[in-house]
Design a protein. Sequence first.
Length: 433
Amino acid sequence: MIFQPELETMPAEERAELQRRRLRELLTRLKAVDSGYWREKLADVGPDDGIEGLPYTRKQELLEHYPYAMLAVPLGQTVRVHGSSGTRHKPTIVAYTEGDVSVFADVNARSIGCAGGTAEDVLHVAYGYGLFTGGLGLHYGGERLGATVVPASGGNAAFQVQLLADLGATGICCTPSFAYLLAERAADEGVRDRIRLRYGVLGAEPWSESLRRKIEDAWGELDACDIYGLSEVIGPGVAMECRENKGGLHVFDDHFYPEVVDPETGEATEGLGELVLTTLTKEALPVIRYRTGDVTQLLPGDCTCGRTHPRIARFSGRVDDMLVIRGVNVFPSAIEAALLEHPGVGGQYAIVVDRRPTMPELEVHAELSSGDLLAQRDEVRRSLEAVLEQRLHLRVTAIVADPGGLPRQEIGKAKRVFERTDETDELLQLTGG
C-alpha cells in the first residue's frame, strides 16, 4: 500500500523543486530565529545557498547545547520531547511541534505501508514507549494509517506471543532480535500456528540478510522489512524498505534530504560512506547536514513498488562501531552475516573482543540450531571458524553453545558486542557468571 501516492510517487524533477523551496524556507526561518546557536551556525549562509555549501552538524552540538539551546521555536510552541537513552553521556533531547508530530505520523504510516500494512490490520507495536522514539512513532503511524494498534511495548515475551495469537495481529513493529525471540517463544508456548503475522517493521539495531532469512523462516509467511530513523532527525520513519524490493530503503526525501559522504574528507561519494541528513520540514529542532555516523550508499535505478524516493543500501554499521582487530577493520554486521548463513547455528549470537592480549582477539559465541546437532558441535565450530576467517581475513575463535544457551534480551536494542579485559568480562556478567 502506498499511503500518500501523490507524494511518494512524485516525479523526481518535481520533488527536487519542492526540496529547493523547502530548503530556502528553512534557511530563511532559521536566520530570523532569536538564537545564538543558529546565528553562529548560519552566519555565512544565504537563503539561496545550495545544500552542499552548508555547514555540517554533529551529535556533539546537541550535547553541548543540551537541552533546548538548539530550538528554532519558543519552548511553548512544542508539544512533546523525546530523547536518546543517555547511556554514554547526557541524552540528546529533541522537541516536536504539533506539525512535527503530524509529519512523524505520516512518515511512519508510509513506512508501515511499505511493508504491506493496511488500514484493516491489527498492528502489534513492541518497541519501547517513553523517551525512546520507536514505540510512539510506529504507534502514531499505525493510527494514521487506520490500523488497530496494540501498544505492547517491550519485554514479557510469553505474554506478547499470547497477545499476538489472541488479538489477531497481522503486523508487528519491533527490533529484529526481538522478532526472532518472539518466534522462538511462540513455538515454546504452542501458539505459533495461531499467529498470522504478514509483515514486520523491524529496526533500531543493525541486522543482516542472514538474520532476515532466520526471522522469515521462523515465522513462515512474514515479510521482514527494515526501518531506519534516529531521534536527532525525527525517530523511525526516515527511511524504509518496501516488501517488493528488499535490500534498499526508500528515504522520504521530501522531509529528509540525504547525502552520502566520505567519513574522513566529508566529500560526496558514490560508494560506501556516511549518511548525512537535512530536515527540510522539521519545525522545533531542525538539523542541517547532520552526520549520522551510519554507513551506507545511494542505490541507482527505479523501484518496482512505484515509489520515486531515492534508495539507500542497508546499513553496513556505524563509523564508530567498526572493530579494529589485529589491524583488520571489521563491522559487527559482517560477522552476523557470515555467522547466520551457517545452517548449523540459530539466530542468537555474541561477539567478544578480548583485549587482554597485546593485540586484541575476536571470539564469536553461537548456538546450535537444533538439539539434534549436539554430537556435531565440534564440526560446526570448526566450519564456523573457517568461514569467519575466509570472510573477515582474520583468525576467529568460535564457541558453540547448546540451543538456548546464550542470554536473551527482551527489552531495548540487543547488545551483540562485548569487551573482555583484565578487570571485567561483559558477556560473563550478562550470563550471571
